[in-house]
Write a protein of this length. Sequence first.
Length: 313
Amino acid sequence: MDFVDGVLVRLADPASRGALFDAASTAHLVEAAYDTDVMVVEPPFIPVFDDLRIGYAAPPSATADGEWMSAGGRDRTEVRLRLHGFGAAEPMRVDALWRGALVVRTTVATDRIEHVELARPGFDVDPEIETDLGGLPADPVQLETERRTRVLARLRAGLDQPAAFTDDHLDRLLVGVGAGSVGDLVTRFAGQVAASAVRIRYTPPSAAPPVARPLPFSAAVLVRDQGFSLADTLVQSRLVRARAEELGLVAPAEPTVRVRHPVVVVWLVPAGVFDDEAWPGGDSGTEAQRRAARFARAGQWLANEGIGLVAVP
């Protein structure tokens, strides 16, 4: 029995499928499915197989665009149809469809907004200049400097971190509204452009420890033996994900978590694939350490593409 068939047999058996996913591989699945940059998750990660179907062939599909209009009518009706099973293309092979969950340890964000403060600084700084200096400076450079200083101070006054709003931010604001200078903003755009600063205060975050929680997970599984084409499999993965989303294989929405990819394409490949020195990351250590480092590096960038990388011993 070759590698692909052997993995499919193990996937089909509820008693053996979980052993295909070690800690490092399951971490890649979590990273591909969920935005772990903004959501704190901790191991152990446990795959849950609510529904796993081995061997699926997605028929080729085509899109037909058209329109019709009744005799003597004026209104046209446009229509777009997606037709499945047409054409000479071979069905798209998916080794398995998986719907279930990934159990992670995480803390659910329970902080709430408790106060909102809105400031609307005005740009009419000329009266202030006249009061302070007894009139507007005749020198254009000095006038621009006075206007810029006061507009910048008003914008900063409504911010919790005033120093974070720099002269560069003011310059970008001017470009965004089409003003050539602060004087242009004060005079030509008076009454047309306004600024707002919003300050939001949240309740203190919860100090509760992380707890185990199942996160919905949906995946299309591709099994590839040693020597598979990386370029071809990447393209196939995009096609498989698009088809899976069309078929409704999307993980249920969870309002308290941030999804990175609603459908993940899982690659099950031999661990020996990462003995190849062309994979970056394995620069030092024993052979096993170099293999693990290459696998970890590949899993990171593939997760951004919605691919969960699994190395099968």
